[in-house]
Design a protein around this ligand. Structure first.
Ligand SMILES: [Zn+2]
Length: 117
């Protein structure tokens, strides 16, 4: 048996840029946006900067849906649990080959929230 080193640091490829399709990061970004845009009626300027920087990370098609939902005073993103929307409790069955927005979200047919999971 040749002992191959389990973690080799060889080949320092320049992998410094974050991958574009980081779904977990996108969920966190949207959750952050939701709390920023909901939980404060008056936004201090420093939070406004954070909010804008979060928005630049969100794909425009999702941002459109997000803005429409927030304008209607709804949260734009929620987890899907047991084939149900956790925002409105409506049933949401997702086919295995269903098209997902940004590869990960389905829109609730009842309330329009973007569901992940
Ligand atoms: Zn719903």
């Amino acid at each position: 048996m040749t002992a191959s080193s389990p973690s080799s640091e060889s080949g320092r490829g320049g992998r410094d840029s974050a991958s574009a399709a980081d779904g977990v990061d996108l969920v966190h970004t949207l959750l952050g946006l939701n709390s920023l845009e909901f939980d404060s009626t008056k936004r201090p300027p420093e939070l406004e900067g954070l909010r804008l920087s979060l928005r630049t990370k969100v794909p425009w098609d999702i941002l459109l849906i997000h803005d429409a939902l927030v304008a209607a005073e709804k949260r734009s993103i929620a987890p899907r649990f047991a084939n149900a929307c956790t925002e409105c409790s409506g049933e949401v069955v997702v086919a295995r080959d269903a098209k997902r927005i940004a590869g990960m979200f389905v829109q609730c047919p009842h309330c329009g929230t973007l569901l992940y999971g």
